[in-house]
Every structure is written in structure tokens, then in C-alpha cells.
Design a protein around this ligand. Structure first.
Ligand SMILES: NC(=O)c1ccc[n+]([C@@H]2O[C@H](COP(=O)([O-])OP(=O)(O)OC[C@H]3O[C@@H](n4cnc5c(N)ncnc54)[C@H](O)[C@@H]3O)[C@@H](O)[C@H]2O)c1
Length: 252
């Protein structure tokens, strides 16, 4: 058990990559607080973990809102006495669109969910990390940060900000034994993918996307969960400030 004795809070864990991360962590012995904006989805993932013999509790709330962030950390600490691992995974997509058609509300929605949530999570975790003598943060960024695509500028910029914040926090928090790393998935098989494609994904589109990936398929939730597990575990004890591509070679 690679996370035995640890407890974790995973944001946006009601679906996709976050759900896979929560389940993988629990399978490795972590006790998991499952956050999502959608309380029913958070509870369903927590229930699935418990049904599989793990320990999980739902911690619903908006990861971009101060009171909710404080509350979800409090749920984790109240349930498990600690919060060793914080996975800041919640995020939203952008529908591809020319920049002149992107309204300010879209910019704010994406930066709130993707960047403000990482800032708040990292900030409000500090008292707990200090009290217990360390911890680890894993952030879900994206390969788009370094390979921006047309029509997705706001989303790409949000993930660049997240990587920059990850690296800044890594050097700042090393002194209190908190490691901070990011995983950067490429286009992944989650409900979010449809949004990036601007609607339903035809078999032809799917084929085109997979053909561009050297390892010949899209990113799967299990790929991201395994990478996050490694970065969260003590196996990564000397690794901080990296942005790890989980992309089948797509970014090379
Ligand atoms: N799917 C992809 O192609 C892809 C690629 C690279 C990176 N990512 C990133 O991976 C992360 C997870 O995305 P996914 O693909 O699993 O998508 P998803 O839509 O399947 O899951 C995202 C979850 O986050 C939740 N969420 C959104 N905003 C929230 C908030 N403010 N507070 C709490 N929960 C919130 C949603 O309710 C949803 O359950 C995101 O940060 C996304 O940007 C996705």
C-alpha cells in the first residue's frame, strides 16, 4: 500500500480524472475526502470507494470559493485527523471559439475554476500542512499550457498559470516540507472532452486525435491517476516543482 496512513482531499473528484485519482489513492490505502461541485457525484464516488473496501467521505463544494475550500479541508481533517495529500484537480473546459467572440464571463469562469481554485486550495491548506509537518500537492494542469491550440487561448492560459503557480509554490513551500507538482494530461477520455471538441465526438474525429498521439490512444483517467499517485507518494520524495506530461508522447 503506497499511501497507507495518509489522508487526501481530491477536488473535482466526482468525474473523470479526479474520480480515478480518488479511487486509485483509496486503493493504495489513503483515506479520501471526495470533493465536487456536484454533491451527488462526490457522494457517488465516495460510496463506490467504500463499497470497494476503502475509506472515503464526500466533501462537496466549490473549489473556487473561499468558504467552500475551508469547509472541504475541514471535512478531511475532521474525518481523518490530517490532510497529507491535496489534489487540486477541479477544472472546466473552453468551447473552441475565436477570441473576439469569447465574453468576459467565460474568461472569469475558466480562471475561477482552473486558477483561483489552485490558489485557494494551496493557501488554505497551509495551516494544516504546517501543523502536521508537511504534505504534498498535486495539481492537474494540461499539455495545452505548452502547446496552445487555436480557439482555446483562455483555457491554455489558465493551465500555464497553474504550472507557474505550481513551480512557485514548490520553491516557496519546500522549507515546510510541502512538495508541489503538476500532472499534464493530453486530450483525455472524460466527459470534458466533448466540450473541447465543441460537441459530440464522431469516430472520425476520435481517429484523427488518436493518430496524433505516438502511443496511439487518448489519455485515460487511469493514466492520470497513476501519475498523480507517484507524485503524491513517498517514491517522489525528492521531486518538487515538475509538470509531468501524461500524453503518450503527444507533446514531443
Ligand atoms: N479531459 C481532458 O481532455 C483534459 C486534458 C487535460 C487536462 N484536463 C484537466 O483535468 C481536470 C479534470 O477534468 P476531467 O477531464 O476529469 O473533467 P470532468 O468534467 O470529467 O470532471 C471535472 C469535475 O470537476 C468538477 N468541478 C468543476 N468545477 C468545480 C469547482 N469549482 N469546484 C469543485 N468541482 C468542480 C465538475 O463538477 C466535474 O465533476 C481539469 O482540471 C481539466 O482541466 C482535462
Amino acid at each position: 500500500m503506497r499511501l497507507a496512513g495518509k489522508s487526501a482531499l481530491v477536488t473535482g473528484a466526482g468525474s473523470g480524472f479526479g474520480a480515478a485519482i480518488a479511487k486509485r489513492f483509496a486503493g493504495e490505502g489513503a483515506r479520501v475526502a471526495v470533493n465536487d461541485l456536484d454533491a451527488a457525484k462526490a457522494e457517488a464516488v465516495a460510496a463506490a470507494i467504500r463499497a470497494a473496501g476503502g475509506d472515503a467521505t464526500a466533501a462537496p463544494g466549490n473549489s473556487a470559493q473561499v468558504e467552500s475550500v475551508a469547509a472541504m479541508i475541514a471535512v478531511c481533517v475532521a474525518a481523518y485527523g490530517r490532510m497529507d495529500l491535496l489534489v487540486l484537480n477541479a477544472g472546466v473546459a473552453q468551447r473552441p471559439a475565436p477570441i473576439e467572440t469569447v465574453d468576459e464571463a467565460t474568461f472569469d469562469r475558466i480562471f475561477d475554476a482552473n486558477v483561483r481554485s489552485v490558489f485557494l486550495g494551496a493557501k488554505y491548506a497551509q495551516p494544516q500542512f504546517k501543523a502536521q509537518g508537511g504534505g504534498a500537492i498535486v495539481v492537474t494542469a494540461s499539455t495545452i499550457a505548452t502547446r496552445p491550440r487555436p480557439g482555446l487561448g483562455v483555457y491554455a492560459a489558465s493551465k500555464s498559470a497553474v504550472i507557474s503557480l505550481t513551480k512557485a509554490l514548490a520553491v516557496e513551500l519546500a522549507a515546510i516540507k510541502v512538495r508541489v507538482n503538476a500532472v499534464c494530461p493530453s486530450a483525455g477520455e472524460t466527459p470534458m472532452l466533448k466540450e473541447f471538441m465543441g460537441g459530440d465526438i464522431t469516430p472520425e474525429m476520435h481517429k484523427l486525435f488518436t493518430s496524433r498521439v505516438p502511443l496511439g490512444r487518448l489519455c485515460e483517467p487511469a493514466d492520470v491517476a497513476d501519475a498523480a499517485l507517484f507524485l503524491a507518494s513517498d517514491e517522489a520524495r525528492f521531486i518538487t516543482g515538475i509538470a509531468m506530461d501524461v500524453d503518450g508522447g503527444r507533446s514531443v
